[in-house]
Ligand binder design. Structure first.
Ligand SMILES: NC(=O)c1ccc[n+]([C@@H]2O[C@H](COP(=O)([O-])OP(=O)(O)OC[C@H]3O[C@@H](n4cnc5c(N)ncnc54)[C@H](O)[C@@H]3O)[C@@H](O)[C@H]2O)c1
Length: 277
């Protein structure tokens, strides 16, 4: 299915869903529907996403964007990307409902950072059309999409996911369906170790990050990246990986304390760094 004259539905208008909607408007001619259940967010999302997409050259993007409060309001779509919080029961419920909105030949994808794709697929009636499409943020400025394949996925669904990845201007890597896949596992390991080093007073947050940027050529330091992803998001991933891959992913106490105190990183204005501006 070509992205021309097609529909992309994104579920969840947080850090990732917002970026996926912008990238879809900028890179494809598709009509884009965003489902966000938080009442207070939808107006700002519609305005902000359209403005961002237009600033990136998608003229008239606002006319192709609809932000609604439920999946029942959306038309059938050729690509549906789920980007709700990393809570298995929530994802199961949302994916089951989303399956009913798929157009013929369409694919359903989860943007989960770590959860087993096979276990999410198990809740579906047509698991062959479902796979993991893991985006990176900021979505419109990054080029990678990690495709995660479970044993029951159809070859045609994989081909469709590859076509959509290319249409969105992205490059794909393919990973086996193991918790944390190929990217989150490694990215998180570095982030957790950086937090433990901060806890132990090895160096300041700024210097830990500068060390990795200047010494190891990382584009963004591990603590700033944790702030950008969201400490709450990374905590949920760490807990899941600790349960499935072992105690090396056990979240540091500092991370738990910061999440409990609402210091979630960029989205709350403060994490390891000050994001108030
Ligand atoms: N933050 C990152 O850098 C990052 C990167 C890759 C993947 N992910 C994954 O993407 C997913 C979303 O992460 P995020 O950082 O965007 O989370 P977020 O908390 O910023 O946003 C989630 C949004 O989903 C909305 N929501 C909750 N229930 C909903 C429902 N039933 N229907 C529609 N909307 C609903 C919430 O109101 C919120 O706006 C998670 O699975 C996460 O692991 C995150």
């Amino acid at each position: 299915m070509s992205p021309a004259a097609s529909t992309v539905t994104v579920i969840g208008g947080g850090t990732m869903g917002r970026g996926i909607a912008v990238a879809s408007l900028v890179r494809t001619p598709a009509a884009v529907w965003l489902v966000e259940t938080a009442d207070g967010l939808r107006e700002e999302l519609a305005r902000g996403i359209a403005a961002d997409a237009e600033a990136r050259g998608a003229h008239g993007a606002g006319s192709r964007l609809s932000v609604v409060g439920s999946l029942a309001e959306t038309p059938e779509a050729e690509l549906i990307v789920e980007a709700v919080p990393e809570i298995p029961e929530l994802k199961h419920r949302v994916l089951r409902e989303a399956e009913g909105r798929l157009a013929a030949g369409g694919i359903l994808a989860s943007n989960t950072s770590s959860l087993s794709i096979a276990s999410l697929a198990a809740a579906l009636e047509r698991p062959g059309r479902f796979l993991g499409m893991h985006f990176f943020q900021p979505v419109p400025d990054t080029v990678l999409t990690e495709l995660i394949l479970h044993d029951g996925v159809d070859g045609q669904a994989v081909e469709a996911a590859e076509r959509w990845t290319a249409a969105l201007g992205r490059e794909a890597i393919t990973a086996r369906d193991v918790p944390g896949f190929a990217t989150s596992r490694l990215g998180l390991a570095i982030g957790l170790e950086a937090i433990r080093m901060l806890e132990e007073g090895v160096a300041s947050a700024e210097d830990i990050d500068r060390g990795m940027r200047l010494g190891y050529q990382h584009a963004v330091g591990p603590l700033r990246m944790t702030d950008m992803v969201g400490l709450d998001v990374r905590l949920a991933i760490a807990e899941y990986l600790a349960e499935h891959l072992g105690p090396r992913f056990e979240p540091p106490q500092l991370m738990r304390d910061m999440v409990a105190a609402g210091r979630l990183g960029r989205k709350s204005g403060r994490g390891f760094f000050d994001w108030a501006e």
